[in-house]
Design a protein around this ligand. Sequence first.
Ligand SMILES: [Fe+2]
Ligand SMILES: [Fe+2]
Length: 215
Amino acid sequence: MKLIDELRAEHDLIEQVALSLRTWARARAAGRAPAADLDGYLEFFRLYAGAFHHGREEDTLFVALEREAELPADRGPIAALLADHHAMAGLISEIETHAAAGAAAELEAAALAYSERLLHHIDAENSVLLPESGERLRRCAAPELPTRPPSPAEEAARGQGLRLVAAWPPVFEAAIMRGDGCVFCPAYADTCRGVEREWWNEWERDEAGDRLGEG
Ligand SMILES: [Fe+2]
Ligand SMILES: [Fe+2]
C-alpha cells in the first residue's frame, strides 16, 4: 500500500529531526545555539510532521481502518495514537511559550519531552500500526488508499528539517528506551491493552466465538 510505504519513509526524516531538536535544545540551554533555529523546528514539526504526516494518518489511514477493516477508533491503537498527536501538538505550543518567555531550562525540558514522545510514537507506528494496517487492509480487500504530495509550505518545512539535521546532528542516546512492539509503547497497559487484545472487529469476534463453541 503506497500510503503506508510513504508514511514509513517520512518517519525516517521525522525521527532524524526529533533527534536533531534534542541536540539543538541542549546546545541552546548551554548558550551555544541561536534562538532563531527554533522557528525552523516549529515549522517542520507543525507543517511536515503535523499537517502533512499526521494529517494523512488521521484523515486517510485511521479512517480506512475504521470504515474498511471495521476496527475500533474509540479505544486501542488508533485512540492511543490520536491522543499522542494531540498531546504532541500541545507540547509544541509549550516549547513556543517557553521560548517567547526566554525560559531556557523549561524550553529544553519541553523540547526533550516532545522529542522523546515522538520517538516512541514512531517506534509504535513502525513496528505495530503500519505492519498491522497493511495486513488488515489486505484481508478486507480495501482499495488502494489515496495520498498526496506535500504542499509548497509543507515541502519548505521538509527543507527546514533537512537543514537542521545537518546543522545539529542527531546523537545516539542509550537512555531512551526504544524497541519494537506494544510493550515499548507508553500507552500499553495504560490506555491501550495492545493490538492483539484491541484489534478485533465484530465478525472476527463472532468467528472466534463459533470456533471456541465448536471445540
Ligand atoms: Fe502518528
Ligand atoms: Fe507517523
